[in-house]
Design a protein around this ligand. Structure first.
Ligand code: UDP
Ligand code: MG
Length: 213
């Protein structure tokens, strides 16, 4: 049976992240329990070919606050996130990666900013734990996005973010989407903030992106 709508929804795109999922979900649950706010976790399985989906299903039996959106094939990180957004019920919507690079312990900082009155809060990885193959294209991306769009963020590609629910509802109506959420959000003209967040090495597995992607 579905429970009453929670205050916070956390969306996680999952593509072959089986070895990281138990720790990830446990850490999110413990952080949000400590906040004393009601929440749900919306895990979007983006066509995983490992045991991610069956593990998510198994974990859901123990905790129905974990909800699963299952995509028919691998669509990519942004489409997976939008698929998750279509199912969120919280007034605050947060997102983070499944590979433990975004520590869930940073979520309260972002949620606090939304509570302060911001509509969109984006993480800023000042000390990024990625290889040059990931950071060089990112620097180029940040430069071009800043020059060519309204999105004036230091770290466009940072995956830990929080939104006021209304922003998600507006973005759901877009017929055209940028691949980068801050570009979509900035276009709306809502109140935005950045918070510095810790960044960690990936848990198990390797990045799904390289220089060319
Ligand atoms: N991801 C996804 N679909 C994809 C590629 C990645 O859902 O086709 C997820 C992945 O499981 C992770 C997040 O998107 O939760 C970021 O992916 P990754 O860690 O590979 O990217 P990077 O940290 O190198 O930017
Ligand atoms: Mg990663």
């Amino acid at each position: 049976m579905e429970q009453a709508a929670p205050e916070i929804s956390v969306v996680i795109p999952v593509f072959n992240e089986e070895p990281n999922l138990r720790e990830l979900i446990a850490r999110i649950v413990s952080v949000l329990n400590a906040l004393g706010r009601t929440f749900e976790i919306v895990a979007v399985d983006d066509g995983s070919t490992d045991g991610s989906l069956s593990l998510l299903r198994e974990m859901r039996v123990g905790d129905p606050r974990l909800r699963i959106v299952c995509l028919a094939r691998n669509f990519g990180q942004s489409p997976a996130l939008y698929a998750g957004f279509a199912h969120v019920r919280g007034e605050i919507v947060a997102m983070l990666d499944a590979d433990l690079q975004n520590p869930p312990e940073e979520l309260p900082k972002l949620i606090a900013k939304i509570d302060e009155g911001y509509d969109f809060v984006s993480g800023w990885r000042q000390d990024r734990k990625d290889t040059f193959l990931r950071t060089i294209p990112s620097r180029m991306l940040n430069f071009f996005v800043k020059k060519t769009t309204r999105a004036q963020f230091h770290d466009v590609g940072c995956s830990i973010k929080a939104f006021r629910r209304e922003v998600i509802d507006l973005m759901a109506k877009f017929t055209h989407r940028s691949r980068y959420l801050p570009v979509d959000v900035a276009w709306l003209g809502v109140r935005t903030a950045e918070v510095v967040v810790r960044h960690e090495q990936r848990g198990a597995g390797t990045s799904k992106y390289g220089l060319f992607k």
